[in-house]
Design a binder for this molecule. Structure first.
Ligand code: G
Ligand code: G
Ligand code: MN
Ligand code: NA
Length: 254
């Protein structure tokens, strides 16, 4: 309960920050996008990772104001980079299950895009399989409205949830993200290799983009490219970076 009170304060007192992790075209190293990842700059405990407060934020409902803050900050930052003359790329924002259960999400996204002046094409929302499956019919409607607005939609951690493949054709998503748990041992574990290969083939045959997460080594990158996955995100390219560091990276790679 104390943590909840502190988290409430964190929102009001500007203790949350976003870091950005590059997403690259692996062959050329060109920057193609970035994922916004929230951190809590706690006055005593230092940087707290989202794994340690997002679950609490979900349970308490604080994820709703946090989610609005994350969306607004990421969209405003992306617009600011464009205004600096950097070539436009997409920013991906994680949306939790609880946010997705609310039809207000559509209006919130619309309002934030209008406020920040960001073109919807430069925003991607990452949703997990479990949040899709929670209430599939309601989610499809929300996704269709976001898609009609021109916002891109990605399924995060693909392959780790319980989604039935038959739903995939009904979802207006444009990207599948191969979960890092399959990438970690991709060159040594036959099952992980088979799953990653299948996800790539599925994405390609359905005309979806595919990106691998958690790429840490050149062998993993080579394996993915050989099977037709050309985009990657992971420590091999860069960790998530604070705004200033990311700006320097952006200038170099774009
Ligand atoms: O950055 P890190 O690997 O520590 O993130 C841990 C988890 O927190 C990941 O599953 C990531 O998707 C989630 N996460 C990071 N930022 C956000 C955010 O802004 N909103 C939500 N809902 N989840 C986030
Ligand atoms: O659940 P989601 O896919 O949004 O989580 C992304 C998380 O993965 C972030 O917290 C980020 O810090 C972490 N991450 C990013 N790149 C790598 C990597 O190469 N290896 C590992 N182990 N984690 C990574
Ligand atoms: Mn993600
Ligand atoms: Na993921």
């Amino acid at each position: 309960l104390m943590l909840e009170t502190e988290l409430r304060k964190a929102i009001d007192e500007d203790q949350l920050v976003l870091h950005y992790q590059p997403q690259v075209h692996m062959a050329s190293g060109a920057l193609v996008g970035m994922e916004a990842l929230v951190r809590w700059r706690h006055p005593e405990q230092g940087m707290v990772s989202p794994g340690d407060f997002i679950p609490l934020a979900e349970d308490s409902g604080l994820i709703l104001p946090i989610g609005v803050w994350v969306l607004r900050t990421a969209c405003a930052q992306n617009r600011a980079w464009q205004e600096m003359g950097l070539p436009p790329i997409r920013v991906s924002v994680n949306i939790s299950a609880r946010q997705f259960r609310q039809i207000e999400l559509v209006r919130t996204v619309e309002r934030i895009l209008a406020e920040t002046g960001l073109d919807p094409a430069w925003l991607e929302l990452e949703i997990t399989e479990s949040s899709i499956m929670y209430d599939i019919e309601a989610v499809i409607q929300i996704l269709q409205e976001l898609n009609a607005m021109g916002v891109r939609l990605a399924i995060d951690d693909f392959g780790t949830g319980y989604s039935s493949l038959s739903y995939l054709k009904r979802l207006p998503v444009s990207t599948l993200k191969i979960d890092q748990s399959f990438v970690r041992d991709i060159t040594t574990d036959h099952n992980d290799a088979a799953i990653a290969t299948s996800v790539i083939a599925l994405a390609r045959s359905m005309g979806l983009e595919v990106i691998a997460e958690g790429v840490e080594a050149p062998e993993q990158m080579a394996f993915l490219q050989q099977r037709g996955c050309y985009r990657g995100q992971g420590y091999y390219f860069s960790r998530p970076l604070a705004v200033e560091e990311f700006t320097a990276w952006y200038r170099r790679a774009a």
